[in-house]
Design a protein around this ligand. Structure first.
Ligand SMILES: [Cu+2]
Length: 276
């Protein structure tokens, strides 16, 4: 690896490919931001930061042969992936990501960027790899000695985390059984609720007991309508995930009361179902 990356052509290719991969992950996040994520608190601004960082780091990797630029790009790619996996498994800033093809592709691009830039940072030698800051370091010692030992094991861990995430149904995907159950119950009447720009319109829905609520998702990401846990009165309604442009259904509980609901993917989206 060391001898290969000391060749100028290989070194150049690593920088071009690494920068290209950073641009791709920035572009995916820019697209997600413009098509909906800009409405999500904290996550929206973080996406702006991700896009700017991705493009700036790509430029730095292209413009300089410095290993510190490549190392920053590699760590940035790994952090982006880490944020994604965290939001999938545990939720991040009140946001529970759902598995999508775009998300998994972005994750794979970030792992590739980490491998290419991480190997460049760890293994490039000679004039191509050296920066004023790093020239003093003896090969195999200090920061880059650690990087040499860590880059491939870290890539392997990241890959396993992504594959497990892609393969798992996970805790966040709502079951469609609530939707099926809802479709068969209730009276003939129904009210309509819109989901637009990560909000319920109206947020306060007044219905009769057992009335159907038809929910139309006008956003470009999936949402759902789920009774908020640990609020009273207790109810069990769950629309299941409603894909962009689709409609979902819940049936109002038969007992009068004010039932709080949210979108389990975006718990900051809240509303109340008033049954009287
Ligand atoms: Cu939502």
């Amino acid at each position: 690896m060391e001898s290969v990356l000391s060749r100028p052509v290989v070194s150049w290719m690593a920088r071009i490919v690494g920068a290209g991969l950073l641009v791709v992950t920035g572009a995916i996040h820019l697209d997600l931001y413009l098509t909906g994520y800009r409405h999500i608190p904290t996550i929206g601004p973080l996406f702006v930061l991700q896009v700017i960082s991705a493009f700036v780091l790509a430029l730095a990797v292209l413009a300089t042969p410095w290993r510190i630029a490549a190392a920053s790009g590699a760590l940035f790619a790994l952090s982006t992936l880490g944020g994604y996996v965290l939001s999938l498994w545990f939720g991040l800033f009140n946001f529970n990501e759902v598995r999508t093809a775009a998300g998994i592709v972005a994750g794979a691009v970030e792992i590739a960027a980490f491998i290419v830039l991480g190997c460049y940072a760890a293994f490039a030698t000679g004039r191509e790899g050296s920066a004023p800051v790093t020239r003093r370091l003896t090969p195999g010692a200090g920061t880059f000695g650690v990087a040499r030992r860590a880059v491939l094991p870290l890539a392997a861990v990241a890959l396993v985390a992504l594959v497990v995430s892609a393969a798992s149904n996970g805790p966040t995907s709502a079951s469609p059984s609530g939707q099926a159950a809802a479709a068969t119950g209730g009276s003939g009447k129904s009210v309509k609720v819109l989901i637009k720009n990560f909000a319920f319109l109206p947020a306060k829905v007044t219905v009769s007991p057992g009335e159907k609520v038809v929910i139309t998702n006008e956003d470009s990401v999936a949402h759902n309508v789920v009774w908020t846990p640990n609020t009273s009165p207790v109810a069990t309604f769950n629309s299941g995930d409603i894909n962009p442009g689709k409609t979902g259904l819940i049936v109002a509980p038969s007992k009068p009361g004010s039932y709080h609901f949210d979108c389990s993917i975006h718990p900051f989206m809240t509303g109340v179902l008033v049954v009287n």
